[in-house]
Design a protein around this ligand. Structure first.
Ligand code: F6R
Length: 240
């Protein structure tokens, strides 16, 4: 795993945006795997800036998001659909039909997940996947457990994740307890992966991630089995 340690969140956000921009320029009809959460917001802001300056074109880019709460409608302001529209899609020229986010109201979640996997494959696979990391090491919503799932699936969120995500909701009881998420195999099939982490709260899981080992107690460590992963973090996440 390549590691880039930055002094500040702004620096981290620019490093991540540069890597994304290089991929987009190299393959203007490429497939981006995207994440929500607070960490990638600065990177999205930089990509929007680059687009506005005419340096980037998203006209033929396709996107697949990691996850979505379940059950939650796309127009709910807590949904990941809503987040992505606000933080990125509404400010760049990506085409609506090229945006793929799991349907948080899917009547048949199993079929929704199967179709999503197929669609990724039909589009030639993900060229670059952006990840954040949960305080418990989750990536997407693959939570620490004895078993991890390979494919996109419906999953229960852990207490830790519900608590961490309650900051975006009015009260903790409003946080959905389930989510649809890419599986570990879905993520690991991506050709290139960048994982972003900032702040002291991520130090424990980041320090495990940079060890040459894999454990289902910290799902992010599975990235150590991938040939092209870059961890971009700040000093606080790296050093504690
Ligand atoms: C978001 C996602 C989550 C977050 C993680 C970190 O789509 O899949 O795994 O990346 O919870 O969230 P932040 O960035 O808010 O600390």
């Amino acid at each position: 795993m390549k590691v880039i340690v930055c002094n500040t969140y702004d620096e981290l956000s620019m490093e991540a945006a540069k890597i994304m921009a290089a991929t987009i320029k190299e393959k203007p009809d490429g497939v981006l795997g995207l994440a929500t959460g607070s960490t990638p917001i600065g990177m999205y802001d930089n990509l929007i800036e680059m687009y506005k300056k005419g340096e980037l074109d998203f006209g033929n880019i396709k996107t697949f998001n990691l996850d979505e709460y379940y059950p939650l409608s796309a127009d709910n302001d807590q949904s990941y659909h809503y987040f992505m529209n606000k933080q990125l899609f509404s400010q760049i020229n990506v085409k609506e039909e090229n945006i793929h986010i799991l349907d948080g109201l899917a009547e048949n979640p199993e079929k929704e997940c199967e179709d999503f996997e197929k669609l990724i494959d039909e589009n030639g696979g993900i060229d670059i996947q952006v990840l954040g990391i949960g305080q418990n090491g989750h990536i997407g919503f693959n939570e620490p457990d004895e078993k991890l799932y390979a494919n996109t699936h419906l999953t229960d969120l852990t207490e830790n994740t519900i608590k961490a995500n309650s900051r975006f909701f009015e009260k903790e009881s409003d946080v959905p307890t389930k989510a649809l998420t890419m599986g570990m195999g879905t993520i690991l099939k991506s050709k290139k992966i960048i994982i972003l982490a900032n702040g002291k709260a991520k130090h424990k899981v980041v320090s495990e991630l940079v060890q040459p080992m894999i454990t289902t107690n910290n799902p992010a460590t599975f990235l150590n089995a991938h040939a092209d992963v870059t961890l971009i973090c700040d000093k606080e996440a790296f050093e504690g």
